[in-house]
Write a protein that binds this ligand. Sequence first.
Ligand SMILES: [Zn+2]
Length: 473
Amino acid sequence: MSKLDYTPTIGLEVHVELATKSKMFCGCKNAPHDSEPNQNVCPVCLAHPGTLPVPNQEAISFVLQFGEATRADHATFSEFDRKHYFYPDIPKAYQISQYAYPLLTGGMINGISITRVHLEEDTARNQHDKGNYSLVDFNRAGVPLMELVTEPVIHDAKTAGAFARELQLILRTLRIAEAQMERGEMRVEANVSVSADKNLGTKVEVKNLNSFRSVEAAIEYEILRQTTLLEAGGEVVQETRGWDEVKQRTYVQRSKETAKDYRYFPDPDIPKMDISREGTFSRVNERINNLPDKKRVKYSEIDLPIKQTEIIISSPDIDTFFAEFYQEASRIGRDKSFFQTAANYLTSDVLSHLASGASMGLSVEHYIELIDLVTEDKITSRVAKDVLAAVLVSNESPRAYAEGHSLLRSTDMASLGALVAEIMGENPQVVSEYRSGKLASLQFLIGQAMKKSRGTADPALLKEALLAGLDSK
Ligand SMILES: [Zn+2]
């Protein structure tokens, strides 16, 4: 049997740290990454006897917002359960999670069905790399964690990676999570199986995937490993495997527990939840309208290339700016080519400005003014870049800046003629070369004149003036 006869099937489990102000069941600051170890702790998240958990309403609201964005069904009744296991990072010896009644069921991202989404608490963080002992940092203990499980309906690594990227984009648009994978704010686990018939094969769970690239690489590796194993007459064992980033391979971690091993039961310390729709979504609708898919449709209507749209919506600063710009420029009736010009400068000059760590000081009004100067041919595209660089931080009026620095496009034939005479006087050798037939010299002279005019010379008129100058002896 050839490798092609096996169908891979992949389901994803994703844990996301929600960006709430406080932890899931206590008032401690939710800042697992920024602080000194064991600063954000209290008797509740340290599991002292006699303490009682109080659910964080903001975290529940965040999950329900996510449900709106993915068109999931949200529960009207829900509860928290205890999931039992012993490990130093879980001082209660159980984790508060949800079992029978998750907050959300169903929903879809990129056409991939979501089984369920529930809320739980993150564990503390163990450190084993300091010496002959281990350290535990409880800053992360009790941080709200949203767990999402997809249906096993993915059949290749690329699709799995695309799902994770889109999920991150949605979380960021809703502003419910930063979801930086390298910081562990979003952790993807992949359940991978291969099968030669219609039944699903034995699944292997792969953990420690800290980037979109490792999600894809680990899935590809597992598909190949399992297929090779089956072809050689072996059997896939149900187990949890880790991903070794250096060796680019998976390795056995432990055999997989089943739900039965965890002895789930409803947490008697936390009241059951009766979730009414009213009031929860008051500020959601505006962000829902701003979800990636909505923007893709909107920007395709102004004929932005899809690649450019993806650059815009995946950079939060550019995205917010362009959304505001789009609204205002549409209101005052600017056309498609105006938006395209604006998008070009945004995805090149502005993007690299921001990538260098600088901030965006330019207002939407002044950006419109700049693009007006370009599209009305008041400044050349070369000058536009200089003006943009100058006003990006200062938010000076681009028109005032261009006028103040004599940067408006020069279309006056008399002054262009004077410029040409000057350039020809400075480059007699090149001029005579041109006149003796070396036509390429023209480009050099245009370049010199353009430079002298600081980019303000109208390129077509300059060429015309130069040709006239060269032809008259
Ligand atoms: Zn606490």
